[in-house]
Design a protein around this ligand. Structure first.
Ligand SMILES: NC(=O)c1ccc[n+]([C@@H]2O[C@H](COP(=O)([O-])OP(=O)(O)OC[C@H]3O[C@@H](n4cnc5c(N)ncnc54)[C@H](O)[C@@H]3O)[C@@H](O)[C@H]2O)c1
Length: 270
């Protein structure tokens, strides 16, 4: 029997990039997967993401592979909408076993988001997209998992949440991702007595279509230069991260909770 047969998973931000890889991997393990995203065709924004698609959406890709998937367009910053999305999943499939609270990301340029001169609107947006969205998603599944007395929650931080950039840029994103890591530790304490594990992954530089397209070639921040800072001398792939999500979503991690796991190839921030 497949590891996640009869299990139900929700992956936020799953229309492209890392979330899409998590959704497809969990479906490959037998889970029914709810693909939740602001825009189920967000892959259209980046050529490399669009080229990688084998069907018109992550949902269609999973279904073409014989899996069960449900697409929901939802903004994780809206807690009522998130609760409605989770209620719909429960109505459809009766339970929620895995949540990957992956939706998020940064906005603005590093040069415009230095710690000492943060624009209030950008601070608000990025905190809501990342920290609030994560908390809302976790809070929406918690009562269901408590009733089941089982569940696996995976949150998403970043290397930016562990170490600052050298120039203090992208501080709003780093602070929100650090808060997610610490929130995860609190949530693990709260939900542990119900048999629910809660862990966080902290990816380094992962070669998604977005990351590859938003590089400034030749700059200190370029991805080529960034790879030089990685012990393994390569950027990460979405599958590198999906493998760790598989570990955290299956019984392999049954006695792991409150952990923040870097997936960065041994990156040192430069
Ligand atoms: N790619 C990396 O190198 C890297 C490194 C560290 C952490 N991360 C984190 O991993 C996650 C995924 O990264 P990615 O590179 O795949 O990003 P991405 O921008 O390619 O994909 C993010 C997806 O989330 C969706 N999304 C954004 N805001 C949303 C909202 N408010 N509500 C619902 N959906 C929303 C987008 O539509 C998009 O489909 C993010 O949380 C990101 O911060 C990525």
């Amino acid at each position: 029997m497949a590891k996640l047969e009869r299990k139900v998973a929700i992956v936020t931000g799953a229309a492209r990039g890392l979330g899409r890889a998590y959704a497809k991997r969990l479906a490959g393990l037998g889970a029914k997967v709810a693909v939740a995203d602001l825009n189920l065709r967000s892959y259209e924004e980046f050529e490399a993401e669009a080229k990688d698609m084998t069907a018109e959406s992550t949902v269609a890709e999973i279904q073409a592979g014989g899996g069960a998937a449900l697409g929901v367009e939802v903004d994780v910053r809206d807690h009522e909408a998130i609760e409605a999305m989770v209620a719909r999943v429960v109505q459809e499939w009766g339970r929620v076993d895995v949540l990957v609270a992956n939706a998020g990301g940064g906005r603005g340029r590093p040069v415009d988001t230095k710690a000492g001169t943060l624009d209030p609107a950008l601070l608000q947006l990025v905190t809501e997209m990342n920290l609030f969205g994560t908390v809302y998603s976790c809070n929406a599944v918690a009562p269901i998992m408590k009733r089941q007395r089982s569940g696996k929650i995976i949150t998403v931080s970043s290397v930016a949440g562990t170490a600052p950039s050298v120039d203090g840029g992208y501080a709003h994103y780093g602070a929100a991702k650090a808060a997610i890591a610490h929130y995860t530790r609190y949530l693990a304490q709260d939900l542990g007595p119900f048999g629910i594990t809660v862990n966080c992954i902290a990816p380094g530089v992962i070669a998604t279509g977005r990351i590859m397209a938003t590089v400034i070639p030749g700059s200190v921040q370029s991805n080529r230069d960034r790879a030089e800072l990685v012990a393994l001398r390569r950027l990460g792939t979405v599958e590198d991260c999906a493998k760790v999500v598989e570990f955290l979503a299956t019984d392999l991690s049954d006695y792991v909770s409150g952990a923040v796991i870097p997936i960065d190839g041994g990156l040192v921030r430069g």
